[in-house]
Ligand binder design. Structure first.
Ligand code: DC
Length: 227
């Protein structure tokens, strides 16, 4: 079974997608991490963020892997280097939506994501999974939450990593990223017509999971390839 989970930053996608994959015994793929890796490498290598062709090269050639760990927090590796924390740093978060708008970057990552999804039995999380990457996914979920709740979640995550940013600054950054992600021409953030929409603002992780599992049970895997 392929489950597509989309939604804006801070809507709870990563937490929910990871926990759902564990519950249903599916593999988890964080497609946002791929866009973040391209952004990190571009910043480190001084690749101009306007250069579609050079960013496309990075996206095609990067050796990115996801490795599960015993405590179930997947690590993101580029070659042998662990970039799990580096791809979440504030500068990458600020710039990633610019990189994600490039045609060649999207083409390269779409190809990789579809190759991974071809193995089946996966929860994919991102912005365009239900609309572009896996338009025939057996279950599509679109998560939302108020900007205030989303900024609070991000602030708490960053504080756990020892990074302090004001609530207002985070809320502004999230709204800017939302408008870039949903306003771009290519594969914009959008709810698929057949997606189940869940507002997670006032729900616990378990409540959201229960709702999704109910929908999953009602959706028997269909015929053919979902991506
Ligand atoms: O989920 P995230 O915040 O880690 O995603 C980082 C950025 O990557 C986000 O601003 C938009 C982009 N993205 C995308 O364009 N398409 C995806 N499928 C996943 C992420």
């Amino acid at each position: 079974m392929i489950v597509a989970i989309d939604g804006p930053a801070g809507s709870g996608k990563s937490t929910i997608a990871r926990a759902l994959a564990r519950r249903l015994g599916l593999t988890y793929l964080d497609t946002g991490a791929m866009y973040r890796v391209v952004t990190l490498l571009a910043l480190e290598q001084d690749v101009p963020l306007e250069s579609d062709s050079r960013l496309g090269c990075l996206a095609r050639e990067m050796d990115v892997r996801f490795v599960d760990t015993p405590d179930e927090t997947a690590r993101v590796l580029v070659g042998d280097r662990d970039v799990t924390d580096a791809i979440r740093n504030p500068l990458v978060s600020q710039k990633v939506s610019l990189v994600a708008a490039h045609r060649q970057v999207r083409q390269a990552l779409l190809r990789r994501q579809r190759q991974l999804a071809e193995q089946g039995d996966m929860v994919l999380e991102g912005r365009d999974i239900g609309t572009v990457v896996c338009p025939r996914a057996e279950l599509k979920v679109y998560l939302t939450a108020s900007a205030e709740v989303r900024a609070t979640r991000r602030r708490q995550q960053l504080e756990e990593q020892g990074v302090c940013i004001s609530q207002n600054a985070l809320e502004r950054e999230l709204l800017l990223r939302d408008s870039r992600d949903s306003g771009r021409v290519l594969a914009p953030l959008r709810k698929a017509r057949d997606a189940v929409e869940i507002d997670t603002s006032a729900l616990t992780v378990d409540q959201v999971l229960d709702l999704i599992v109910e929908h999953a049970a009602a959706n028997e895997p269909g015929e053919g390839t979902p991506c």
